[in-house]
Each structure stands twice: as structure tokens, then as C-alpha cells.
Design a protein around this ligand. Structure first.
Ligand SMILES: CC(C)(CO)C(=O)C(=O)O
Length: 335
């Protein structure tokens, strides 16, 4: 893909917490954006626009919407779109397959946790941009998204995948500039995957939070134990990970104190998946990534294995988040 000089159109699939916030604010900053949504959310977006609740107030944005990528008219060629995949990882492959049929030369941006989205995208497309998403947001109801961070709405660093690919790096630079102009903390990084692995480590606690709830007093111990296994597996696999110190220097956003529009943030993305009863959870691409590395390199990962099993069971049974005890899970993983 030759990255064109003109402003690209962002076609964003997965217009929930992440896609809605990113798309809404890119649109507000004057970018050409289409949100691809489904069901009641699509109806509400068409009827009422996108309502974005932020600590600074509520905005209604008339972002163009479509029900499918075909309806969005996804295009490559001389005037190509950028396809932004903001679905959960378990929902990404059908989107990528459909996009490939419509516009095989399109550039793809993976606005997702973990490191699997980039692999999936690169298996189908030439130009792929990886993104580290640190954005505390929630898809509250059809048409309504809350973004809880201030003073900026989130950290969205990007970089070409694989690292060193010149077209992907150029595209990442363009995206970073648009994100900064839209108010995000964003930068293009030549070593983006170190940062994605760093973020993966923090997401190993997502399944624990979903299973036990954020008020569980032993949650930090359980999540910490999952991370210790993750750090060990990545180190033995020889995967370079950005450090806490580097991370701290970048973190200049925080979750707004109290509530916005009368609501308090409940939990992270896996907690939200259980709450919505979607029947699936991202843990197989987060804890599962570490389990697979551990198996390959002889590192035991009992805590991640247990968390994955419990989170998947809860999702399949459409259990609400928070029903398990973190102390019990930790004890079970250690026996
Ligand atoms: C950082 C945070 C909480 C939001 O991007 C996250 O990664 C998640 O919940 O999955």
C-alpha cells in the first residue's frame, strides 16, 4: 500500500467503548469517520447520533454510520480508507475476512488488547498498524459511550507492524498526528510491540477482575500472580517488554474522580463483557497468549490457566462479573 498524502477516511468496526470514543473524537476533530455498528446500537446511532459522556460534559456527535463494511463502501486504491478494528480479539477474524474481500489493499489499524490482532491482520493485509490502547471507557447503552479519563481521553500509541515496515510506519505517523489533534495522548513508536507486550501484562488481570470484581481484597494478589508468570514466560521466550519506568513517564492521564453523568466506572473490558452477557471473553488472547508461550518454553502458568478456564466458564454460562473469590482462585492455582 502506498500511503496517500490526503486525509484518509477512518472506517471503524466495533463502535463500542474504544471504537466509539476514538471515532467520536476523531470525527469531532474534523476527520472523515464512519462507524460500523449493529443492532440496537446501530439504530440508536442512526436515530440520535453518538452520545459521548466525558468528565468535561456530554456531547452528541453525528458521526456517519453503516451496518456493514459493504454499506460503508470500504475502499482501497488511490483514495484508500484506514480500517480500524476495535472489536474484541475473538470477533476480529470475520471482520478482517470480510474486509479482505472488499478491499484487499486497505491499511488496517488494530485498536485492541494483546498481540494477536496484528498477527491476524498481517496474515491478510500488507499494511498493518499496531496500537496500544489505554482508554478507560464503557459502552453504557445503545448509542451511549462513556470515556472516563482526564485531562486527555486516553493513551493511544501506534507503530507499524511488523516493526521496520516503511509504509506501516508512515501510516502510523499520520494516525498519531490525527489522534493528537483529536486530544489523545499518542505517539508513533518504532518499537510498538514492546509496549503492546507491556500492556498485555497489565491485561492479565482482566480475567481476575471479571471473575472476582474490583472490590475483592485479594484481587491485586491474584492479578499480580498472573503477571509474575507473564513476565517469566516473556523473558524466557526472549520477548522484549517496555518497563514500568518507561511506562510511568508516558502515563499522564487518569480516571476522573467520582462519576460522570451520574455513573461510576465498573471495570475493565472483560468485566464489561461478562456484564453484557456476550457469551465470550478476550482471556484466550490475553492469558492464553502467556499460557501458549509458557507451553512452548517450559514455563508453568497455573494462575493464567485457571483464570482462563474460570473466565471462559463464566462467559459461556453468561454469569455476571464478580461471583468468584480471588483468595480461593489463588489457593486453587497453587495446589
Ligand atoms: C486499560 C483498559 C482498562 C482500557 O483500555 C484495558 O486495557 C481493558 O480494560 O481491557
Amino acid at each position: 500500500m502506498v500511503v496517500p498524502a490526503r486525509l484518509m477516511r477512518y472506517v471503524i468496526v466495533g463502535a463500542g467503548a474504544i471504537g466509539g470514543t476514538v471515532g467520536g473524537l476523531l470525527h469531532q476533530a474534523g476527520n472523515d469517520v464512519v462507524l460500523v455498528a449493529r443492532g440496537a446500537h446501530l439504530d440508536a446511532l442512526r436515530r440520535d447520533g453518538l452520545t459521548l459522556d466525558r468528565p468535561s460534559g456530554t456531547t452528541t456527535l453525528r458521526v456517519p454510520v453503516a451496518g456493514t463494511l459493504a454499506e460503508a463502501g470500504l475502499r482501497d486504491g488511490d483514495d484508500p480508507d484506514l480500517l480500524v478494528v476495535a472489536t474484541k480479539l475473538q470477533d476480529a477474524e470475520p471482520v478482517l475476512d470480510q474486509a479482505r474481500e472488499l478491499a484487499p489493499g486497505v491499511g488496517v489499524l488494530c485498536a485492541q488488547n494483546g498481540v494477536a490482532g496484528e498477527r491476524m491482520a498481517r496474515a491478510r493485509f500488507e499494511t498493518v498498524v499496531a496500537m496500544v490502547v489505554i482508554l478507560m471507557a464503557d459502552h453504557l447503552e445503545p448509542g451511549v459511550v462513556a470515556a472516563y479519563m482526564e485531562p486527555h481521553p486516553g493513551v493511544l500509541d501506534v507503530g507499524g507492524y511488523p516493526e521496520g515496515d516503511p509504509a506501516a510506519a508512515t501510516l502510523a505517523g499520520r494516525v498519531a498526528a490525527d489522534l493528537v489533534a483529536a486530544g489523545f495522548s499518542a505517539q508513533a513508536r518504532a518499537d510498538i510491540m514492546r509496549w503492546k507486550y507491556r500492556k498485555l501484562l497489565s491485561n492479565l488481570g482482566n480475567a481476575a477482575e471479571a471473575a472476582c470484581g474490583s472490590d475483592d481484597p485479594a484481587l491485586a494478589d491474584l492479578s499480580g500472580a498472573a503477571r509474575v508468570e507473564g513476565v517469566r514466560a516473556l523473558a524466557v521466550a526472549g520477548i522484549d517488554v517496555a518497563t514500568d519506568e518507561e511506562d510511568r513517564a508516558r502515563r499522564n492521564g487518569r480516571v476522573a474522580a467520582g462519576t460522570i453523568a451520574g455513573r461510576t466506572r465498573g471495570g475493565g473490558s472483560s468485566w464489561q463483557s461478562l456484564r453484557r452477557g456476550t457469551g465470550s471473553i478476550e482471556a484466550s488472547y490475553l492469558n492464553g497468549e502467556i499460557i501458549a508461550l509458557g507451553e512452548r518454553h517450559g514455563v508453568a502458568t497455573p494462575v493464567n490457566s485457571l483464570l482462563l478456564r474460570v473466565a471462559e466458564e463464566m462467559a459461556a454460562a453468561r454469569e455476571q462479573p464478580g461471583g468468584r473469590s480471588a483468595a480461593d482462585l489463588l489457593a486453587a492455582a497453587r495446589t
